[in-house]
Design a protein around this ligand. Structure first.
Ligand SMILES: C[S@@+](CC[C@H](N)C(=O)[O-])C[C@H]1O[C@@H](n2cnc3c(N)ncnc32)[C@H](O)[C@@H]1O
Length: 285
């Protein structure tokens, strides 16, 4: 009998299965936005009722979100081929498999139960390490500093599950400890929090099947500049207005869907943001 991994995860941690499954489902489509055979393998290796997410539109949304973060990380690696990418709340993301250039360094950090699962499915190497910790802890900072800068911190669908105080603490610690680095994370607006209760009751929402809750809202990501000196917002996109390079690489049906998505209040309230962690930031796409 084939051994499949059992899932023992806390509520926020269990949400890591949604983007994983999103990439697996996308890979099997006729005209996919992204192809991720590793995600397909991992889904098959986990004992979980993924089918309960079938038909949910936010699976495709999580794939598009990942493409935007990939675009930013790939840009960083072109400029700094030996730099270090730090994935905060890595979940079962396959970003290293997608973007490794053969010379960069990669640190994946997640809570202990998520990291236990990740360690069963991915391997460390001399350029790739995994840390079991909360982003709110202090200890991981010294471990990341063992890798060469500059650093790109990506927290995809992670800080939204913290309290606002913890999200501020995490962003402030990164900004204070790694000047001249870059930080990318997403924010949910007030509309999404207000509608959270209704959302989780809706038939087609995967969060409905989980107990994770969103903790804080941000309608204007420029507010985050006030969280710590040296944080500058350099780009902010909704899923309906991705950077040009991401948009042009999308299959036709997705490009056609963007204006429809853009009219929805939930799309307007969800932003993917890029921050420079120094005082000389320039605008970028
Ligand atoms: C929606 S999943 C996103 C996973 C991954 N970033 C992706 O896009 O596939 C949320 C992730 O945040 C992690 N997480 C939640 N709170 C965290 C914390 N305090 N420190 C580190 N990771 C955390 C969870 O364990 C989970 O892996």
């Amino acid at each position: 009998m084939v051994h499949r991994h059992q899932i023992v995860l806390g509520p926020a941690q269990e949400t890591l299965l949604i983007p994983l499954y999103g990439r697996a489902v996308e890979t099997r489509k006729r005209h996919p936005m992204a192809i991720d055979p590793r995600a397909v393998e991992i889904v098959e290796a986990i004992d979980y009722d993924f089918a309960k997410f079938d038909g949910d539109r936010s699976l495709a949304g999580s794939v598009l979100r990942g493409l935007i973060f990939d675009h930013w990380v790939a840009g960083f690696l072109r400029a700094h081929p030996c730099g270090t990418v730090v994935e905060i709340g890595a979940g079962l993301n396959t970003r290293f498999e997608r973007l490794d250039n053969g010379s960069c360094h990669w640190v994946e950090l997640d809570l202990p139960d998520s990291m236990d699962l990740r360690r069963k499915l991915f391997e460390e190497s001399d350029r790739r390490s995994m840390i079991a910790a909360s982003v709110v802890d202090d200890a991981w900072v010294a471990q990341v500093r063992e890798y060469p800068g500059p650093y790109f911190f990506v927290a995809e669908a992670v800080l939204i599950y913290l309290t606002e105080a913890d999200a501020r603490r995490a962003a402030g610690r990164i900004a204070g400890s790694f000047p001249d680095s870059t930080l990318a994370f997403d924010t949910w607006g007030e509309w999404i929090l207000r509608n959270q209760r209704r959302r989780v009751q809706r038939r087609r929402d995967p969060l409905r099947k989980m107990s994770a809750t969103l903790e804080w809202a941000c309608d204007d990501p420029r507010e985050i500049e006030s969280w710590h000196p040296g944080i500058t917002l350099t780009a902010s996109h909704t899923l309906a207005t991705p950077p040009r390079a991401v948009r042009t690489a999308l299959p036709l049906h997705m490009r056609a869907l963007l204006p429809v998505m853009g009219a929805l209040p939930q799309t307007k309230a969800y932003r993917l943001n890029l921050f420079a962690l120094d005082s000389n930031a320039s605008k970028t796409e």
